[in-house]
Design a protein around this ligand. Structure first.
Ligand code: 293
Ligand code: CA
Length: 160
């Protein structure tokens, strides 16, 4: 079994090399495809894609729409993600609701999964829970955050 073992190895090496080429082609094609689908209404940050459909509605309605599309309401966890959302807000010149609220406990802002927020970008003097009725969070056209009544209608941005 001296020789057939070696040719078997060489066969597998050729198969690996073919697959490496195919993987590179797939990666390149996938990268281009992502650029295409995010033009002009989406932004890519790391593994996340942020995208608006242009729809406007109250917090519950936006939450449902994102989830129905297989994503969730955009939930910025760092400055880079907030910048991506801010760019979409600026493109439409319309503030958005994000996936953060203090519905459960006043003053304790959480993501939709119940985790306490790890990043914030509040406007000075916010959150102020104006009239005791502001449990949702909008991103202003400045990129800064304001707590706002969940019943207001805002632009949708989902993350996938
Ligand atoms: C109050 C004081 C304003 C502030 C506003 C928002 C409402 O009217 O300065 O801009 O609340 O916080 O969400
Ligand atoms: Ca407020």
């Amino acid at each position: 079994k001296g020789d057939s073992g070696l040719s078997e190895i060489n066969l597998v090496k050729r198969q690996v090399s073919t697959l490496e080429g195919q993987l590179r082609a797939l990666q390149s094609s996938f990268s281009k495809y992502k650029q295409v689908i995010t033009f002009p209404n989406g932004r890519i940050v790391g593994e996340k894609i942020f995208m608006t459909s242009g729809y406007e509605g109250n917090f519950e309605s936006l939450k449902q729409r994102c989830s129905q599309a297989g994503g969730q309401l955009a939930s910025p966890r760092n400055a880079a993600e907030n910048t991506a959302i801010h760019q979409i807000v600026a493109l439409y010149n319309k503030p958005v609701f994000i996936g953060i609220n203090d519905i459960q406990t006043e003053g304790r802002f959480k993501y939709l999964n119940g985790e306490n927020i790890v990043y914030s970008n509040w406007e000075p003097r916010e959150p102020n829970n104006d009239k005791g009725a502001e449990d949702c969070v909008e991103v202003y056209t400045s990129g800064k955050w304001n707590d706002k009544s969940c019943g207001e209608r805002r632009l949708i941005v989902c993350e996938f």
